[in-house]
Design a binder for this molecule. Structure first.
Ligand code: GLU
Length: 425
C-alpha cells in the first residue's frame, strides 16, 4: 500500500510561520534578546508578492502567484532558494526565509535569509511552460534580487536548469552576464562542483559527528530516509558509501523498506526509470507514515514540513533525527523527542551544507574562478563540523536540545550584527 505524506494529524497545528516565530520567541528568552531586537527579528524585512502571467503550450495564459521574502540582511545579502509547489503559501515562504537567516549564521557565512516560492504544480508543466513562468517570475522579482542584494537558489522542485533561466533572464535585462545573481547553476554556467550533493554531504558530516558524540558505531548503523529528491536521494547514496545501512526510503508516492539494507544504486536507477522508488523489487512497501516510525538508528526527514508531530513523536525509534528538510518537526514533537533522549539535528544545522556550497559558488563567481571538488568538500567539512561543535557545546552548556543550541549560536550572531549596525536612522 502506498500513500502520499499524511498530514491529517497536523491539520490543527499552527502554521509554519507561527512555528518559526515561536522558535525565535523561545530562544529570545534563553539568550535575553532586547524587545527591540526581538521584535525586529520576528518579522521579515521585505515581502514581495508577484503575479506571473505565463504562456501555456495550448496557447492560453495562466496566472501564477509567487513570492520573494527577505527576512534579514544584517550579516550580508539575503540568501535562499525558490520553491515550486502547489502548497506554497506566503506564510510558508516567510518561515523558510527566517530559517535561512539562522542557518547562514549557524554555519557563519556572511549572508542574511530569504526565500521564494511559486504556487504551481511543476510535475504537470512542460519544460517550455516552466521556462516561461521562471523567466517572468525572475523579471518580477528582479527589483529586489542581485549578487549584492539577494541571491536565489534551488529548493523543492527547482533545478539547475531553472537556475540557468534565472541567471539568463537577469543577465539579459542588465546587458551582461551576472552569474553571481543565483547559485545552484549548471557547472558550465559557473555552478560549483559539489553543489548538487552539498545538502546531503553536509547532513552526512553532522550525522557522523553526532554518532561520534553519542559513541555509536557508524558501520552498519540503520538509516531511514523520507524523501528522495536532491537531499534524500544523495543522502542515501553518500550514507551508504560511508558504511551506513539504508533500510527504508520514500518519495511523495510512498516508500520501500528492507531490513537487510537497500541497494541504493539500484533504487536510484529504479526511480530514474519509473519516476518513483515505489515498486522496487526485493523490498516491502511502507507508507510515508510508517517510514517515520521504522526501526532504525538514524531518521532523515528529507521532504516537507510538519511530518513529525505530537502524534508520532512517541513512536519514533531512531536515536538521531537529522533534518535534511526544512521544518519537519513541530515544536510539541521536539519536546517529546528531547524527553525521550533522541538527538534532533535541526534543519538550520543539518541541511546547511546546501547554502554553504551556494556561498562557495557565489565567492567563485565574484572572483571569476573555480575550485576543485576536493577543495569544496574540505571547506564544507570544516564549516559543518565547526557548526556542529559550536551547537553541541551550547546545548551542553545550557542543558537544552540541539535545536535550541543551534538557535543560540545563530540568533546571537544575527543579534550582535544588528546591535553593531544599530537601527537607521
Ligand atoms: N534551498 C536550500 C535551503 O533551504 C539552499 C538555499 C541556498 O543555497 O541559497 O537551505
Amino acid at each position: 500500500m502506498t500513500t502520499s505524506i499524511d498530514r491529517s494529524a497536523v491539520q490543527a497545528a499552527d502554521n509554519v510561520w507561527t512555528m518559526a516565530q515561536q522558535q525565535l520567541d523561545d530562544v529570545a528568552a534563553v539568550v535575553g534578546l532586547s524587545d527591540g531586537i526581538h521584535g525586529f527579528l520576528r518579522e521579515p524585512k521585505r515581502v514581495l508578492e508577484v503575479s506571473i502571467p505565463t504562456h501555456m503550450d495550448d496557447g492560453s495564459h495562466r496566472n501564477f502567484k509567487g513570492f520573494r521574502v527577505q527576512h534579514n540582511v544584517s550579516r550580508g545579502p539575503s540568501k535562499g532558494g525558490v520553491r515550486y509547489h502547489p502548497d506554497v503559501t506566503l506564510d510558508e515562504v516567510k518561515a523558510l526565509a527566517m530559517w535561512m537567516t539562522w542557518k547562514c549564521a549557524v554555519v557563519n557565512i556572511p549572508f542574511g535569509g530569504a526565500k521564494g516560492g511559486v504556487i504551481c504544480d511543476p510535475k504537470s508543466m512542460s519544460m517550455q511552460e516552466l521556462e516561461n513562468m521562471t523567466r517572468r517570475f525572475t523579471t518580477e522579482i528582479s527589483i529586489v534580487i542581485g549578487p549584492e542584494k539577494d541571491i536565489p537558489a534551488p529548493d523543492v522542485y527547482t533545478t539547475p536548469q531553472i537556475m540557468a533561466w534565472i541567471m539568463d533572464t537577469f543577465s539579459m535585462q542588465h546587458g551582461y552576464s551576472i552569474p553571481g545573481v543565483v547559485t545552484g547553476k549548471p557547472i558550465s554556467l559557473g555552478g560549483s562542483l559539489g553543489r548538487d550533493k552539498a545538502t546531503a554531504r553536509g547532513c552526512l558530516f553532522v550525522v557522523d559527528e553526532a554518532m561520534q558524540a553519542l559513541g555509536e558505531p557508524i558501520d552498519g548503523a540503520r538509516v531511514a530516509i523520507q524523501g528522495f529528491g536532491n537531499a534524500g536521494m544523495y543522502a542515501a547514496e553518500l550514507m551508504s558509501e560511508r558504511g551506513y545501512t539504508i533500510v527504508a526510503v520514500s518519495d511523495s508516492r510512498g516508500g520501500i523498506a528492507n531490513d537487510k539494507g537497500l541497494d541504493v544504486r539500484r533504487v536510484v536507477a529504479h526511480k530514474e526509470e519509473t519516476g518513483s522508488v515505489v515498486g522496487f523489487g526485493g523490498a516491502d512497501a511502507v507508507t510515508n507514515k510508517e517510514l517515520l516510525e521504522y526501526d532504525c538508528d538514524v531518521l532523515v526527514p528529507a521532504a516537507l514540513e510538519k511530518v513529525i508531530t505530537r502524534e508520532n513523536a512517541s513512536r519514533i525509534q531512531a536515536k538521531i533525527v537529522a533534518e535534511a528538510a526544512n521544518g519537519p518537526t513541530l515544536p510539541e514533537a521536539d519536546a517529546i523527542l528531547h524527553e525521550r533522549g533522541i538527538m534532533v539535528l535541526p534543519d538550520i544545522l543539518a541541511n546547511a551544507g546546501g547554502v554553504t556550497v551556494s556561498y562557495f559558488e557565489w565567492v567563485q563567481n565574484l572572483q571569476e574562478t573555480s575550485w576543485e571538488e576536493n577543495e569544496v568538500q574540505d571547506r564544507l567539512h570544516r564549516k559543518m563540523t565547526r557548526a556542529f561543535n559550536e551547537t553541541y557545546a551550547q546545548a551542553k552548556r545550557l542543558k537544552v536540545d540541539m535545536r535550541m543550541g543551534a538557535y543560540v549560536v545563530g540568533v546571537n550572531r544575527v543579534a550582535e550584527a544588528t546591535k553593531l549596525r544599530g537601527f537607521y536612522p
